[in-house]
Design a protein around this ligand. Structure first.
Ligand code: GLN
Length: 285
């Protein structure tokens, strides 16, 4: 066991910091052996058979090219739930878990109708369906390849989601009203590319990440307009946002007539979420 970890460290030491290599080693060994890490640790003289060793070597080769481990293992955890991921969807981010936590915390009612726009892997809508009692959930994405992943994830997590392929910049269904609309649309500006990690830039789908420099709120404005028609009067719109665009997003929503527009920071104290409603909150609630 220690020998195997030592060899993993040797191979990766010039590419990643030690803490990250140890985290990779845990994930890899339990993935390759199919056993929880705690039980592998107890097996001091663990050895890999030829096939497992080959598997490990091929994963290490991909890690050396900075491919995210979630794509290599085709697995990511979000809100304690297992998700299949591939290069057609973003790897779920911890700040998005905070958005899900906010929505669950603020909306204890049962049987809400919820729509997730730009669902990607389905992580937001599936976590909401799992943890909000009787929720009726729908999710849209422009990419059929992303929807394939999301459908798989809904089955894996045993939840029913009404998935639709929709390009919100074009036509969209208007036959249903929602209590909650949530979206984590593309929000990184092209000019912000230079500050990004190579593993994100080289491997994650750019269509899920980037907007033109001159249209930072492209999706936000469109979704806000749509939400005015799709939300019930006391419904709520939830966005994950670019940390540099908090004030701009608030102003845009207020100008469109949204009430009770609130900016919320993530755990790293960055402006990250916005909540708004088509009508003011009722007095005394
Ligand atoms: N938070 C993601 C990142 O920093 C971006 C998600 C998005 O564009 N919606 O990579």
């Amino acid at each position: 066991m220690q020998e195997i970890i030592k060899s993993i460290k040797q191979v990766l030491s010039q590419y990643y910091p030690e803490g990250e290599i140890l985290a990779f080693a845990r994930l890899l060994l339990s993935h390759i052996t199919g056993k929880p890490y705690a039980s592998i640790m107890a097996e001091r003289d663990l050895t890999l058979n030829e096939e497992q060793q080959k598997h490990l070597d091929s994963v290490l080769d991909r890690l050396k090219k900075y491919e995210p481990i979630q794509y290599i293992l085709e697995e990511a955890e979000f809100f304690g739930l297992p998700f299949y991921v591939n290069k057609n969807v973003l790897i779920p981010r911890p700040e998005t878990e905070e958005l899900v936590e906010l929505i669950i915390g603020e909306n204890p009612q049962q049987g809400l109708n919820i729509l997730d726009i730009g669902t990607g892997s389905g992580c937001i809508v599936i976590a909401l369906a799992k943890y909000m009692k009787g929720a009726n959930v729908s999710a849209w994405d422009v990419s059929h390849l992303a929807l394939d992943v999301a459908v798989l994830n809904s089955k894996r997590n045993n939840v029913e989601v009404d998935f639709k392929m929709v390009d919100v910049l074009k036509e969209y269904p208007t036959d249903k009203k929602y209590d909650i609309i949530v979206s984590n649309p593309p929000y990184i500006l092209e000019k912000e590319k230079q500050d990004m990690e190579q593993n994100v830039l080289s491997y994650e789908p750019h269509s899920a990440l980037f907007v033109p420099d001159e249209k930072p709120l492209l999706f936000y404005e469109r979704i806000a307009d749509m939400a005015l028609g799709l939300l019930v009067p006391d419904g709520k719109l939830y966005f994950e946002i670019n940390q540099a665009k908090g004030q701009e997003t608030i102003t845009m929503l207020e100008e469109k007539g949204f009430k009770d527009v609130t900016l919320i920071q993530d755990i790293s104290k960055r402006d990250r979420m916005v909540v708004a409603s088509p009508t003011p909150p009722k007095e005394g609630l």
